[in-house]
Design a binder for this molecule. Structure first.
Ligand code: FPP
Length: 227
């Protein structure tokens, strides 16, 4: 969800204004995904690197998270959406962590769609943690080195209950991944749009999905094999 700061700057406003308006795009995107039957939506809301931003901006983002969670709990319940979070959640301020856990608990039986917030998330950190956990298991003879395969690594990631990514959308014209789900996007379709996140609407999501539907996903096979 990139481009909040630039969106605000274009309007002569402070960056916080961009983040506030970004929450409207979050709402529209969640609603649209639920409407069209997307089962899993993961939003990159705060990266491990975002902690390096000025304290005022970090505080604003954290407050916005708490207020959005409070505001949207009924929408999640009404639409049968289950909230989850991935990342180094223990590094979040207590207030954010508590609110997050409350909403996760309240929505845990919901089945229509999984909404995952990536918070204090970094893919390299996630992979490092997985490697450490697996090494410890090998050292303690819980598993053997030979038995380590993709499913073992998957089972040690924050995303263990999620499928691989089908479509990754990045807004604001930047064409990079920025430490997001590096393992999980191995065969994802990448979609980059110049639209700044606060301007991202249901129509833009629909454009991305239509483009995705035109792609031929071969997973290393030939066209003939998959047709
Ligand atoms: C990137 O834009 C955006 C973020 C780091 C924060 C995203 C947060 C929200 C959209 C609001 C809260 C989220 C939820 C889930 C309620 P940027 O600040 O890097 O923009 P710039 O690249 O133009 O400076």
């Amino acid at each position: 969800m990139d481009g909040n700061g630039r969106w605000a700057k274009q309007k002569g406003m402070v960056r916080a204004f961009g983040h506030e308006n970004g929450t409207k795009s979050v709402r529209q995107t969640v609603e649209a995904c639920a409407e069209i039957g997307i089962k899993h939506l993961t939003l990159y809301a705060f990266s491990t690197e975002n902690w390096k931003r000025p304290k005022l901006e970090v505080d604003t983002l954290m407050k916005l998270l708490v207020s959005s969670l409070k505001k949207e709990i009924n929408t999640l319940l009404d639409n049968n959406i289950k909230l989850n979070a991935i990342g180094n959640l223990s590094s979040l301020p207590k207030k954010v962590y508590k609110e997050l856990q409350e909403v996760i608990e309240l929505t845990k039986e919901n089945t229509h769609m999984d909404l995952t917030l990536a918070l204090s998330y970094g893919s390299r950190e996630e992979l490092l943690n997985a490697v450490k956990e697996i090494s410890t298991k090998v050292k303690n003879n819980i598993i053997s080195t030979e038995s380590i395969d993709e499913s073992v690594l998957n089972a040690h990631l924050y995303t263990q209950s999620l499928p691989d990514v089908d479509l990754l959308i990045r807004t604001s014209g930047e064409q990079r991944i920025s430490n997001f789900l590096l393992w999980q996007i191995a065969y994802a379709e990448l979609y980059f749009t110049p639209v700044l996140w606060p301007d991202f609407t249901k129509q833009h999501l629909s454009d991305a999905i239509i483009e995705y539907q035109k792609r031929e996903r071969r997973f290393g096979k030939t066209s003939e094999q998959i047709s």
